[in-house]
Design a protein around this ligand. Structure first.
Ligand code: XMP
Length: 323
């Protein structure tokens, strides 16, 4: 539409003005926000933008491959892929508190970006002073940076930044809601697989494990999540559901039975929601047969999980993610 075109053009112009002839890096998460932010900055400063995809070991199945394939194909942007899972898992070892997890992940992201900026500087011949973030308006509000609002959660890209940040932030989506970002993405020619991708938080699976984050727990949750996504897609529900976090209650065990034997395994929670902008949400009325297939597959294919429960809380009072 006319207005969307204006929003994109204005954003490109504002970025051009802010960055001048400087250089920027942008962390891609695979999600629509960072993709649209990167596409806007790419349009503004071309090859002086380098995108960085940080594999922090907290990703879902297939995520890294999708960014490398879809986003680079659509935009031609320069991309560096960093395997940083050891560093993130080490930093998260022993941590159970949700806010602490978020702050650690935010901090480690920045450290990785600083390393990358140094490497780019060495080859590009000039400093990288700007960091692009796909922060949306609701992220700003819920991190307590709006006027008169409490800090509900520190979204890693807003509240979780270290105090000694050496980059100047570029946030071209800071005044936009998700539906506007999606329309901007279409305007910028991004493929539907990116534009309509369901939201996934920057801190990734770490904030969907209630308890300490370990490699084994991540592997388990990654499989359960893949099953849920596969069955929801197969049922044609991708566009009806805003997102469906799968949460591993790693510190909870319950008794079950399998074959002749007693089990003492972990529950996972399905958290399907509908929403317009993630500020409020309702639990999604997913058909029983779809829930049943998800539950049967998860407990059959993952012996460590012996119970699947459904979260039927709206937001408020619940939030979408459990942490
Ligand atoms: P909550 O749990 O606050 O989530 O109701 C609202 C929306 O934001 C996503 N979310 C995040 N996205 N960084 C992000 O990029 C974060 O730290 C973060 N925390 C939550 C969440 O998935 C939902 O779509």
């Amino acid at each position: 539409t006319w207005t969307m075109l204006n929003i994109v053009e204005d954003a490109v112009e504002a970025v051009r003005e802010q960055i001048g002839d400087g250089r920027a890096i942008c962390g891609l998460s695979g999600g629509v926000d960072s993709a649209v932010a990167a596409a806007i900055v790419h349009r503004a400063i071309g090859d002086r933008l380098t995108c960085v995809f940080v594999d922090h070991g907290l990703l879902r199945k297939g995520e890294a491959e999708q960014v490398e394939r879809d986003f680079v194909a659509a935009t031609g942007v320069k991309l560096r892929v960093v395997d940083a899972s050891d560093r993130f898992l080490k930093a998260l070892a022993g941590v159970r508190d949700p806010e602490e997890k978020r702050k650690i992940i935010g901090r480690e992201f920045i450290r990785v970006f600083e390393d990358e900026a140094r490497a780019i500087r060495a080859t590009a011949g000039g400093p990288v002073d700007f960091l692009v973030q796909g922060t949306l308006y609701p992220d700003v509000v819920e991190s307590g940076h709006g006027t008169g609002t409490a800090n509900i959660k520190s979204h890693h890209n807003v509240g979780g930044l270290p105090e000694d940040l050496k980059f100047t932030l570029v946030e071209p989506l800071r005044t936009l809601f998700k539906d506007e970002v999606r329309r901007a993405g279409e305007e910028l020619g991004l493929p539907p697989a990116i534009v309509w991708r369901q939201p996934f938080p920057g801190p990734g699976l770490a904030i969907r494990i209630v308890g300490e984050v370990t490699r084994e727990r991540l592997d388990l949750l990654r499989e359960a999540d893949a099953i849920a996504r596969e069955e929801l897609s197969r049922a044609g529900l991708d566009r009806d559901i805003w997102q469906c976090p799968v949460v591993l209650l790693a510190d909870v065990r319950s008794v079950g039975v399998q074959g002749d034997g007693r089990t003492y395994g972990h529950p996972v929670v399905l958290r399907p929601v509908t929403s317009e902008d993630a500020m409020t949400a309702d639990w999604a009325r997913v058909p029983y047969d779809v829930l049943s297939r998800i539950s049967t597959r998860i407990t059959n294919e993952l012996p460590e999980i012996n119970r699947v429960v459904l979260d039927v809380t709206s937001k408020p009072p619940g939030t979408i993610e459990w942490e």
